[in-house]
Design a protein around this ligand. Structure first.
Ligand code: ADP
Ligand code: MG
Ligand code: ZN
Length: 482
């Protein structure tokens, strides 16, 4: 196959985490028995009037800020007409020429051929619209059933410029968008429940071409893996067509997850096919500078800023920083722990070690940890300052993971607190030496190897009383004085 440059642009749809739908007061929650979350407005009854959900507008603006966009202070809604039973009004309320957000940019980090790379993906626009219902096709009985619970759930569409050129870049982009939306607190990002879906546009061109090639669009991909596979297949399919002297036709294709192939679905529709016109029933959105500033100021510190802070102020490795920042809950937990015990590296090691291990084993969940950051930090500090041994700290952590609790109390109850009580240590060492007269004599006659054995006996008897270092010092002193 000749070498072509792939050109990829994405349209990512994300459902917003509002309590109610975007134009009525029905619950926007996922699930529910079929058509139990519907009213005359979202089921498209004639004569009903939509009222816009202010939180949905604010969330869309938050998403815009999270992706470095400019916000249009003046924004309008439009009707996008199409006839398909998942949309009972026969039009979708969306935004065409004056969307809420324009001109953003999302930095991505990804690995290709074992090399770490970064790139900026430009965002053309982010607009607010309503989701459609769900159709269940019952082939056995030859009917299709409509569930309108999802109809009217607020949705943002994030449209990129065609800036990506591989499956790895597109996958990294969707992951980054999900992370930004998670930090902005506007989407639960559960791809398996469809709260993030992507339409993928792919074309290819020769290195000498000055214009983009004809693209195909794959709609509604709902996993990172499917996005990658659909892109790879499309690049391959289009390359084969061009190699044979054939043309790529502009069309919408469906990705078949089982076969790993895309299939022609329909010829691509253009904006004029939708007969867009201004939505007459919804007021235009007008923001003041103060309102926009307040929304911007309410965003938390975002992932790239955190990664940078962890590396430059805390001295963490880039890899460690990215693991922590990869989840807002985890990163917040880390920050709270460091506030309680100012040793970022040590806290990070314990999180990326023991904490992640228990999470990966499914024993604890990040969303519902049975201990708080202060208790966690205290345990890390106790291990660092040798109030408990490193090994015992793991035991204590296991108990905290099972039942919660204060690490110091657990350590005391289990007799694991190291008191470094030298008086007690000396008495125990005396006992051990008395019980091992033969070994002591051997040691005194110059057999240094036997020290390890004596030390082992003392450590066992002094577990939880002294650190090994303190025991060794006392033991050496004692033996020298004999
Ligand atoms: P439409 O409104 O017809 O869907 P847009 O111009 O809004 O078209 O583009 C939709 C998506 O397709 C955008 O993400 C854009 O980056 C991408 N895109 C546009 N042209 C190409 C192309 N030649 N190859 C790949 N992607 C493209
Ligand atoms: Mg489109
Ligand atoms: Zn409703």
């Amino acid at each position: 196959m000749s070498s072509y440059i792939p050109v990829i642009g994405l349209e990512v749809h994300a459902e917003l985490l509002t309590k109610s739908k975007v134009f009525c007061t029905c619950s926007a929650e996922f699930g529910g028995s079929q058509n139990s979350r519907c009213c005359p407005v979202c089921s498209g009854m004639p004569g009903t009037l939509p009222v816009i959900n202010q939180t949905a507008v604010e969330y869309a603006v938050r998403a815009g800020f999270a992706m470095g966009s400019d916000i249009n202070k003046f924004s309008v809604f439009d009707r996008k007409n199409y006839f398909y039973p998942d949309l009972p009004k026969a039009y979708q309320i969306s935004q065409l020429n004056l969307p809420l957000c324009i001109n953003g940019s999302v930095p991505i980090e990804y690995e290709e051929d074992g090399v770490k790379k970064t790139k900026n993906i430009r965002i053309n626009r982010i607009h607010l619209e309503e989701d459609a219902g769900k159709l269940v096709h019952d082939d056995l009985n030859g009917v299709s059933l409509a569930d309108y619970n999802r109809c009217g759930v607020p949705l943002i569409e994030i449209v990129t410029e065609p800036d990506m050129s591989s499956a790895a870049e597109a996958k990294a982009f969707v992951e980054k968008v999900a992370l930004l939306l998670q930090y902005a607190g506007v989407c639960d990002c559960r791809m398996e429940q469809g709260s993030i879906r992507a339409d993928v546009n792919v074309s290819i061109m020769k290195p000498t071409d000055t214009e983009y090639g004809t693209r195909a669009e794959m709609k509604n991909l709902n996993s990172i893996k499917a996005i990658g596979r659909a892109i790879d297949f499309e690049i391959y399919r289009q390359g084969k067509l061009l190699d044979m002297g054939k043309k790529v036709v502009q069309e919408t294709r469906r990705f078949d997850d089982n076969r790993g192939e895309t299939k022609a679905m329909r010829s691509k529709e253009n904006a004029h096919d939708y007969r867009y016109f201004p939505e007459p029933d919804i007021l235009q959105v007008n923001f003041t500078d103060e309102q926009l500033d307040a929304i911007k100021a309410s965003l938390p510190e975002m992932p790239d800023a955190r990664t940078e802070r962890y590396i430059s102020s805390f001295g963490l490795s880039e890899n460690d920083a990215r693991i922590l920042v990869g989840s807002k809950i985890l990163s917040d937990f880390f920050d709270d722990s460091v506030k309680a015990y100012d040793n970022p590296r040590s806290v990070c090691n314990f999180i990326n070690g023991e904490l992640m291990r228990r999470i990966n084993l499914g024993e604890i969940a990040l969303e519902a940890l049975p201990f708080d950051a202060q208790q966690f930090a205290k345990l890390v500090q106790m291990a660092d300052t040798e109030k408990v041994s490193k090994n015992d700290a793991k035991d204590i952590f296991r108990e905290m993971s099972e039942k919660g609790g204060d690490p110091e109390e657990i350590a005391r109850a289990k007799g694991l607190l190291i008191t470094n009580d030298t008086g007690k240590a000396l008495a125990v060492i005396d006992e051990v030496l008395a019980a091992n007269e033969k070994a002591v004599a051997q040691y005194k006659s110059g057999d240094a190897k036997v020290f390890g054995f004596i030390m082992g006996q003392c450590t066992k008897a002094l577990k939880g009383v002294c650190t090994p270092k303190a025991i060794k010092e006392e033991l050496e002193k004692k033996l020298a004085s004999l």
